[in-house]
Design a protein around this ligand. Structure first.
Ligand SMILES: NC(=O)c1ccc[n+]([C@@H]2O[C@H](COP(=O)([O-])OP(=O)(O)OC[C@H]3O[C@@H](n4cnc5c(N)ncnc54)[C@H](O)[C@@H]3O)[C@@H](O)[C@H]2O)c1
Length: 270
């Protein structure tokens, strides 16, 4: 049995149809939250929402929206506040990993723009539209919590993912600025995953392993990351246990970004 500290509280998760968004939605629902899941992939979104509603018995509302489109984000935010009594947690998570492997000076403009528009501007647009309403909520001592999904590429430059790295470094900067703007009523933090098998890798271990091999990445804790590794830190950041924490980035990466090992040190394939 888990403690239902999100009972009576609403959570909005972008990129909720798949990967981390879906895993986080399941853990929040287990803890009593009603949910709005936002995604651009309508079919997968419907499927995920129905499944979580059936399994967990919480309200799970799908809203199809491209987070990089200002009009759509405005409409989505209005609908979300109508569907839920409150939005206590905003999980700003939708993102794409384009342009793998190309040097910064060789990536094309269209893909650069798309990466920045979805990963960085998208999180800003959603925060801008949702936090206005969140600020007015009467919960004490914290009126709401914002959790961004960044990446270890936002902590250590990844030359194989140039536009992605720029977008994720931008998210960490934005998270700190929002934490200042929204204090003392709203906490704002980020989670930076390492390498986890999700839709971003076609849900395939071999695709992720190839990416790690090409980047000469080794994991000090000697295993791949899971969706649950990230979802459980998100649960902590959504819970009262983190009420005195704001403006921080939490790497969930088995030690890749800040511990690191020489490539020859670990003999396994991971
Ligand atoms: N998987 C990893 O190892 C890893 C590592 C670091 C960071 N991340 C970040 O985690 C977040 C979630 O990705 P994931 O790994 O769960 O991948 P995923 O592909 O499983 O999930 C991402 C979801 O975002 C949705 N999405 C994409 N563009 C959108 C848009 N314009 N508007 C609305 N929704 C959109 C997708 O349809 C998908 O359902 C992303 O921000 C990603 O950059 C992932």
């Amino acid at each position: 049995m888990v403690e239902k500290f999100l009972e009576g509280k609403g959570a909005l998760i972008t990129g909720g149809a798949s990967g981390f968004g879906k895993g986080i939605a399941i853990e929040y629902a287990k803890r009593g939250a009603d949910l709005v899941l936002v995604d651009i992939n309508e079919e997968l979104l419907e499927e995920t929402c129905k499944k979580i509603e059936q399994d967990q018995g919480q309200k799970v509302i799908p809203i199809v929206c491209d987070v990089s489109n200002s009009d759509q984000v405005q409409a989505m935010s209005k609908q979300a506040f109508k569907e839920l009594d409150n939005i206590f947690v905003l999980n700003n998570n939708a993102g794409v990993g384009l342009n793998f492997g190309k040097d910064l000076l060789r990536i094309d403009e269209e893909r650069f723009d798309k990466t920045i528009a979805i990963n960085l501007k998208g999180q800003w647009l959603v925060a801008k539209n949702i936090c206005k309403g969140m600020r007015r909520q009467k919960f004490e001592p914290i009126a709401g919590k914002v959790i961004h999904t960044a990446s270890i590429a936002g902590m250590v430059v990844d030359n194989k993912l140039p536009a992605y790295t720029i977008s994720k470094m931008g998210i960490i900067a934005m998270m700190k600025m929002l934490a200042q703007s929204l204090a003392p009523k709203i906490t704002v933090n980020a989670i930076s995953p390492g390498y986890h098998i999700t839709g971003i890798y076609d849900n395939r271990e071999d695709v992720m392993k190839m990416t790690m091999d090409e980047g000469h990445v080794k994991t000090p804790l000697n295993r791949y990351g899971t969706v649950e590794d990230v979802a459980m830190v998100s649960v902590f950041l959504a819970s009262p246990a983190s009420n005195f924490i704001t403006g921080h980035n939490f790497p969930v990466d088995g030690g890749i970004a800040e511990v690191g090992v020489p490539a020859w040190y670990i003999k396994s394939d991971i």
